[in-house]
Write a new protein. Sequence first.
Length: 432
Amino acid sequence: MYWEKEFECMDRDDLEQLQLERLESTLSRVQLNVPFYRRKFDELGIDTDTIRSLEDLRRLPFTTKDDLRDNYPYGLFAVPLREVVRVHASSGTTGMSTVVGYTQNDIRKWSNLVARVLTAGGVTKDDVVQISFGYGLFTGGFGLHYGAERLGASVIPMSSGNTSRQIKIMQDFKSTALICTPSYALLMAETIYEMGININSLSLKYGLFGAEPWSEEMRKDIQDKLKIKATDNYGLSEVMGPGVASECLEQNGLHMNEDHFLAEIINPDTLEPVPPGELGELVITTLTKEAFPVIRFRTRDLTRLITEPCPCGRTFRKMERIRGRTDDMLIVKGVNVFPSQIESVLFNVEGTEPHYQIIVEKKGALDHITVLVEVSEEIFFDEMKKQNELIGVIKSRLGSELGISVDVKPVEAKTLERSEGKAQRVIDKRNI
Ligand code: DLL
């Protein structure tokens, strides 16, 4: 049920004491070893010795992805390369990639935190864990791999791609847990049905999905199709990779591993903390990392902290599933729209397939959204009237959910690109 109960169920006062001690030692280490932080603190006249409480953290400057890029590749490492045993890089979807490093100790702690994620999602040493995240510079494959080995599970290092082979292995090796992005899980489910395999003949019980935003409706769909219990887990390479926060089997928010990470939620415009429980940008400070500590890293991910305690017994605070990234947020006629909101609506409309793409264009001075959605074959080819009705339903539901009108274009089933990793939901044509 727990991997490290003594931490995961810690008394909150003890936790805060531990966080403060770890924060102080992280600050003195970056001050000593990373010229970038030393300079920044000096410029702002901050003496890290005067940071005496967790609230004092607010006096420190933020670190951004641009800071990481400006120091490419090793400029923010806090140890000499000789002590670094692993290097990863971010996927670089929003620009040049950023490089991160790990000491032997970092890898040990990382594996432990991922073992927590797996345990919280129902996986034990008796499971056969199929890891279908990409192995390589991306932290997903190796991160989950080391965590699953640490747990003592039998690990199948599949990596992503070659979907029919994934499914053959899943059958033959009797995989009980599947680990990948939610969009890839959906593609696998689809492929299993296409291959005519009886889902009940598989041994799958759990799915741990992450690395991209997904909706509650998509969770339900994956759970129904694969007949598993699916949990969400969150992380980012700049902070560590997977293992930062994850759901327990309550499936109602992700516990932040607070003994290793300090989370704040800020208003991305004013940069001030939001009142407890309000939506804002997640900012993370690492408390134990040796090679690549980050101070107040702006994740650009939007979420809110859940203040109620969790019935699972863990005392670590939960955050709601990530709503989306600030860079993915579309502003149409002054209204903020996230792809995940569109997804929630589409999953509830009968006759649509769970695949969509959002095209954003400029029409005159205004941004305009067209949602491409796959519809079932008979509706696409045979029944014009039904097709028009369906479009009408989607448009009106999107209109009432989002508060703006969007165009909806039906496309034939299986024509939108499928994803084996992170799905690209938004095609932004505004700057082309
Ligand atoms: O995606 C690390 C990871 C791997 C997490 C495997 C979970 C499982 P990056 O490639 O650096 O690292 O991308 C990090 O992905 O800032 C979020 O925008 C997004 N993201 C990650 N997990 C989730 C999630 C990995 N569960 C970026 N829900 C983050 C929504 C997520 N978005």
